[in-house]
Design a protein around this ligand. Structure first.
Ligand SMILES: [Ca+2]
Ligand SMILES: [Ca+2]
Length: 177
């Protein structure tokens, strides 16, 4: 695994541990789903339910695939294995990426505006400066929008073990590199 991929995974692990107990557990994904849906004020219930379902599946996939010691929670060491066998997680990550991108495009025009992008990423826990660096890396249009397709693909790239120099690397704080 590339160092960049390891750093991306360690960062997202720390954010996903929403209840801060040092491991991933079911409550983390319930909390995170509520936080993300709370800022998606323009989205309909269907889109929010889809986001909830994606977070639920994210957790059950991690539990079923990665809880190597069978203690019912997923440690950082266990979680890191998700990037080592990406094919086992691709459908889950895809569903998550599509649900999150859909929340970013409530009017369905295929574009996400910077303020909503920033609100959703802030709800997940990324740092503001990194959020804007990522949005800039996606190459926004003159009216400061990014195609939701580009974002969805960026989310999938984020979990790729062999990728470096990708837009998602902007989310990793410089001090951690
Ligand atoms: Ca936790
Ligand atoms: Ca475990």
């Amino acid at each position: 695994m590339r160092a960049e991929a390891a750093q991306r995974v360690a960062l997202v692990f720390s954010l996903l541990d929403a209840n801060g107990n040092g491991v991933l557990d079911a409550e983390d994904f319930t909390l995170m789903g509520s936080r993300v849906n709370a800022v998606a004020t323009q989205s309909d219930q269907g889109a929010k339910d889809a986001m909830r379902a994606a977070f639920d599946r994210y957790w059950t996939t991690l539990r079923d695939e990665l809880d190597a010691n069978g203690d019912g929670v997923v440690s950082l060491e266990e979680y890191t294995a998700c990037v080592l066998s990406p094919e086992r997680f691709e459908p889950t990550i895809s569903q998550f990426a599509e649900a999150l991108a859909a929340l970013g495009d409530p009017d369905g025009d295929g574009l996400i505006e910077r303020p909503l992008f920033a609100a959703l990423m802030d709800a997940i826990g990324f740092q503001e400066s990194n959020i804007h660096a990522l949005f800039d890396a996606f190459g926004p249009t003159a009216d400061d929008r990014v195609p939701v397709r580009v974002w969805a693909e960026g989310i999938k790239d984020y979990y790729a073990p062999d990728k470096a120099g990708i837009a998602g690397d902007h989310l990793v704080p410089r001090t951690a590199v």
